[in-house]
Design a protein around this ligand. Structure first.
Ligand code: ISL
Length: 565
């Protein structure tokens, strides 16, 4: 039997560098700041750091718009700073995975500058250029080659006046999509990836990687959006060559390299059936993918900025579906948070009365599932959503475009703000709260985005020596995964599937059995757990004591317990 890959028992920590730690007082986090805080990550016990982009960028989308894949942006530091970080990460026995953003570049990337310079430039076909739709003049409303709506509001095509043609951008107009149909583009990306692996990085998180293969006929989508825009997702996601491209990437970049790399694809809208194809080791594509089913359950009829309360039964069913779907073939990633999601304790928990209990209960039910857990910076502290007073407090291009387009279309500004306060990506981008000092120890300068006022009590310094803190609960969960093979490799079986508030499941491996049970609500409950468990089997809990009442476990609001026998 081949041994399980190392990442089945690893935990990954995501750093969004501009909000992690600022070493030079410019108010923006940087590489030297991250290096100065590695003790925090080592104390937490994480194995891998996923570093969001630090490449040269005009920062239209905070670095997810790259203008030079082989340069460090000055705001983050220099290559010396990068090499120092990498050396220190490796010296501590951790790994560093880079963020690979190759569905699109910045419009300031030399490749695009050349491509747009003329219709017969050799790099013209490195991007998606099309003339105005038949029967339309360039610049006329509706002249866009398809009716697709961008993730960041408005059409996905922008007219280049000089050549009278439109270029495709699924995201912001400063993020033109690369044309992966062009083998020259693919070879240039693979060469860049090999260059980073040769420098010693340990793998990649691949941004919106399921969008790189589009339906080349570029058909219109069903009308959904403002101004008659259409849903292009069925036509630009999971295109006909997606697996061909990833298998080619595997051959060209990863073949023959040591097996200690990690690749994780961000695959918007993927189903578990599709995830099996991406992560089946026999197919040599990706080790794991990020799916979005569980973080879309609270999207209302108007989309993610029109949120509705999540139904816990749906959340449990969704997570159980993914556990079952990838039980035999493939591998799950496990996450609540990242730089695009609101803070889970505010979203699915209770960031007021039961803040500590709900943050630790949500962590418990996620981390002990089968899969590789990802901890997003500040999640290990229980960081919450931030109180954005108005649109001037926001920084995220997705939120700002949504606000201005919605208000221009007549929406009430305050109702648009309500959706942004609940679900906006800036919630996950406020500076990490290190201590109670001004700016939470993040910077000595003016932070690029406001620090959450609750840093006066919610901060790392206040949690390190508190055994009941969110930080120490995450530390114990990670230690459990490192210590007990049943966590990494055990089979998963959902218990009490129809209970609307109790989230319980068992993991089994050989003759070891683990039961995880949590009350994800603010009303005391009891639950009957299969088998005769006693307090003596308890290995982890977020409360001080556990009691059983005639064979049923008593569950205080937001309590979570783990038993092993
Ligand atoms: O979560 C989302 C889907 O509604 C979007 O906020 C997000 O843009 C999407 O998940 C894709 O995210 C990735 O690509 C974007 C970048 O803005 C995100 O930060 C990145 O994670 C474009 O590169």
């Amino acid at each position: 039997v081949t041994p399980a890959p190392w990442w089945t028992s690893a935990v990954v920590y995501q750093v969004y560098p501009r909000s992690f730690a600022d070493s030079n007082g410019d108010g923006v986090g940087d590489l030297a700041g991250l290096t100065s805080r590695l003790d925090h990550l080592e104390r937490l016990g994480v194995d891998v750091i996923w570093l969001s982009p630090v490449y040269a960028s005009p920062h239209a989308d905070n670095g997810y718009d790259i203008s030079d894949y082989q340069a460090i942006d000055p705001v983050y530091g220099t290559f010396d700073d990068f090499d120092e970080l990498l050396a220190q990460v490796h010296a501590r026995g951790m790994k560093l995975v880079m963020d690979l953003v190759v569905n699109h570049t910045s419009d300031e990337h030399p490749w695009f500058v050349e491509s747009r310079s003329s219709k017969d430039n050799p790099k013209r076909d490195w991007y998606w250029w099309r003339p105005p739709r038949d029967g339309f003049e360039a610049g006329q409303p509706g002249a866009e080659p398809t009716n697709w709506q961008s993730f960041f509001s408005g059409p996905t095509w922008t007219l280049d006046e000089a050549t009278g043609e439109y270029y495709l951008h699924l995201f912001d107009r400063k993020q033109p999509d690369l044309n992966w149909e062009n083998p020259e583009v693919r070879q240039a990306v693979y060469a860049m990836m090999r260059w980073w692996l040769d420098r010693g990085v340990d793998g990649f998180r691949m941004d919106v990687i399921n969008l790189i293969s589009k339906n080349p006929a570029l058909p219109d989508g069903a009308t959904i959006g403002v101004g008659g825009l259409g849903d292009g997702f069925p036509h630009y996601s999971m295109g006909p060559r997606i697996h061909e491209f990833l298998q080619e990437m595997h051959r060209e970049v990863f073949e023959g390299r040591a097996g200690d790399l990690l690749t994780v694809g961000e695959t918007l809208g993927v189903t578990w059936e599709q995830a099996r194809l991406f992560t089946d080791p026999a197919r040599r594509e990706l080790d794991m993918v990020f799916q979005f089913e569980h973080v879309s359950l609270d999207h209302g009829p108007g989309g993610k900025f029109d949120p509705k309360p999540v139904d816990l039964r749906e959340l449990k069913a969704s997570l159980a579906r993914w556990q079952a779907g990838l039980a035999e073939v493939g591998w799950n990633s496990l996450y609540w948070n990242n730089h695009d999601q609101p803070r889970v304790v505010s979203r699915f928990g209770d960031d007021d009365r039961y803040w500590r209990e709900s943050a630790t209960a949500l962590a418990t039910v996620l981390h002990l599932q089968r899969g590789t857990p990802f901890v997003y910076q500040g999640e290990e502290l229980g960081m919450t959503n931030a109180p954005f007073a108005g649109v001037h407090d926001l920084r995220d291009v997705e939120s700002l475009n949504h606000y201005h387009q919605s208000v221009a279309a007549g929406a009430d500004p305050e109702s648009v703000l309500r959706g942004l306060r609940a679900m906006g990506r800036d919630n996950g981008r406020t500076p990490v709260q290190w201590d109670a000092a001004p700016n939470a120890g993040f910077t000595d300068g003016e932070p690029w985005i406001a620090v959450n006022p609750n840093h006066t009590w919610l901060n790392a310094q206040a949690q390190y020596d508190d055994p009941r803190s969110v930080f120490n609960h995450y530390r114990r969960l990670i230690a459990l995964r490192h210590r007990l093979p049943v966590v990494a490799l055990g089979d998963f079986r959902m218990l009490l599937p129809d209970d609307p508030f109790v989230f319980a499941y068992e993991r089994t491996l050989d003759d070891t059995r683990m039961v995880v049970v949590a009350n994800l609500g603010d009303t005391p409950r009891t639950a009957a757990l299969d088998g005769e468990w006693t307090a003596g089997d308890l290995v982890l809990s977020n409360t001080d004591e556990v009691s059983f009442v005639s064979g049923r476990i008593a569950l205080e609001p937001w309590s979570a317990h783990v038993f092993v026998r």
